[in-house]
Design a protein around this ligand. Structure first.
Ligand SMILES: Nc1ncnc2c1ncn2[C@@H]1O[C@H](COP(=O)(O)OP(=O)(O)O)[C@@H](O)[C@H]1O
Ligand SMILES: [Mg+2]
Length: 357
């Protein structure tokens, strides 16, 4: 599951447009997506045509109590796309939680309690660095920062990256940043100059996809539908298909980048004369099994047990040689997140590899 915050303290740079249209496009490609409206303005909720009278539970409830889960609060937009809506009550969070401990981890803890098998969770943030934005960032492994073509926006990205450094230093929380050019009319000379500047400043973080300026976005939002539905052949719809593709192509890379802190925690399979010990941290899983070349890739696999510390574990007596394997986590086949040794498989993904000498 990739949790991505849409954040930038500058207003009107395309956070909500990106959150809603990316959510709709990823879900149309078969990904299971949750969109959390984390802005009291509730624009992401409006963008899907919902009004405050259409829901009783909202993002506010996720902050207030641990009794309400994502699965209680979401609205169905389609079978693959869920939305936790927000309204003006969300602006009370700052005051309501003022004296509470761990108040910046409310959203993260709630997401961890959820058993929903999402591929992507997108969190649309307000234009401020507030408790709402901190909650979103601490729940996320990635941040998508939309920038519109203005120098204020550049300034805001710089601020956002300072915030990320503070989170890394003070909370030990690492977030992979992506910078997205949004609402760009690429013709004027100053815009092209700005694009070159962004490329210099944020090489490696700047996404290749550009979301171009088109009036279709405003039309679609006004009708309460995403652009891929309003005008599937428009440039805007094309741009969002490109963005969804670009992000999905990073899936393997991102899971490897997220490895660093896991590797410190665990070390992939441990080989000894007694056999191989597999350990894995899947905090939301109900069942974890392992399958691989050693059991002819049995669809059922072999079970791992959940230890008291929450880590899943199993011991296997494997013969000498190379063994490819994957974990089956609540039915999804995943490479071992703690093992950097992988080999490409025939499906375009990666299998984890353990070598018994
Ligand atoms: N690519 C675009 N082309 C045209 N209008 C856009 C585009 N992106 C955003 N807008 C418009 O700009 C305004 C602000 O965008 P929004 O996504 O709500 O920003 P934020 O959530 O960062 O405040 C909205 O009216 C939106 O329809
Ligand atoms: Mg917004």
């Amino acid at each position: 599951m990739r949790v991505i915050a849409l954040a930038n303290q500058k207003g009107g740079c395309g956070k909500t447009t990106t959150a809603t249209n990316l959510a709709a496009t990823l879900s149309s490609m078969g990904k299971k997506v949750l969109l959390i409206d984390n802005d009291p303005q509730g624009h992401a909720t409006l963008a899907f045509g919902f009004r405050e009278r259409d829901f009783t539970l909202s993002t506010y409830d996720l902050y207030l109590t641990s009794d309400i889960l994502i699965e209680d609060a979401f609205l169905d937009i389609s079978s693959n796309l869920h939305l936790v809506p927000a309204g003006i009550e969300l602006s009370a969070v700052e005051q309501t939680l003022a004296r509470e401990s761990e108040k910046e981890y409310r959203l993260r803890n709630n997401l961890r309690r959820s058993a929903m098998p999402y591929d992507y969770v997108l969190i649309d943030c307000p234009p401020s660095v507030s408790i709402l934005t901190f909650n979103a960032l601490l729940a996320s492994s990635e941040i998508l920062i939309p920038v519109d073509p203005s120098y204020y926006s550049l300034q805001a990205v710089k601020k956002m990256r300072e915030t990320l450094s503070v989170l890394r230093e003070k909370k030990g929380h690492d977030i992979i940043p992506h910078v997205l050019m949004s609402d760009f009319d690429t013709r004027p000379r100053f815009v092209r100059k700005l694009m070159a500047e962004l490329d210099d400043l944020y090489e490696g973080e700047l996404l290749d996809t550009v979301i171009h300026h088109t009036v279709r976005f405003k039309e679609a939002a006004g009708m309460g539908v995403p652009i891929i539905q309003h005008d599937p052949n428009s440039r805007g719809a094309h741009d969002f298909r490109g963005l969804a593709r670009e992000l999905s192509e990073q899936e393997v890379q991102v899971s490897v980048a997220a490895l660093d802190h896991w590797v410190a925690l665990l070390h992939g399979p441990q080989v000894s004369q007694a056999g191989v010990v597999f350990e894995a941290d899947f905090p939301r899983a109900k069942t974890v099994r392992i399958t691989g070349s050693f059991c002819s890739w049995s669809a059922k696999g072999l079970p791992l047990k959940c230890r008291e510390d929450g880590i899943w574990e199993c011991h296997l007596a494997l013969e000498e040689g190379d063994h490819e394997y994957r974990f089956i986590v609540d039915g999804s086949w995943l490479p071992d997140p703690h093992n950097t040794e992988t080999t490409a498989n025939e499906f375009g993904g990666a299998n984890s590899l353990v070598v018994v000498p």
